[in-house]
Design a protein around this ligand. Structure first.
Ligand code: SF4
Length: 102
């Protein structure tokens, strides 16, 4: 897949390319992220993640990844980013982010 370089124009509707970083320990999800996951049916009442179309192996990997969100201006769990309304796609270890204010 194509990996965009900083010098190239971004695809339509994408404001930021955000690097996904693996971390040793799975980051904790914020209460707001948990509420969002629950509301969209991606987490059950026991707090277990159920992401549609994501294999258990991929989910395990996703849980141990973080992104430095340019909109929230902080490091957050990739799972939180994945359910963000600005998330467009994940390609070659980068998030294609719409960059709208949250
Ligand atoms: S998709 Fe959302 S959480 Fe992810 S980098 Fe963009 S604004 Fe931040």
């Amino acid at each position: 897949m194509k990996r965009y370089l900083m010098s190239e124009p971004l695809p339509e509707g994408v404001k930021y390319l955000v690097q996904i970083n693996p971390v040793e320990k799975a980051p904790k999800l914020t209460d707001a992220a948990k509420a969002e996951l629950l509301s969209v049916g991606m987490m059950d009442a026991k707090g277990k993640l159920k992401l549609k179309g994501v294999s258990p192996k991929m989910l395990k990997r996703m849980k141990q990844e973080m992104v430095n969100c340019p909109v929230l201006n902080q490091e957050i769990a990739f799972v939180q980013c994945y359910v963000c309304r600005n998330f467009q796609s994940r390609i070659s270890g980068q998030v294609y982010c719409k960059g709208e204010p949250l």
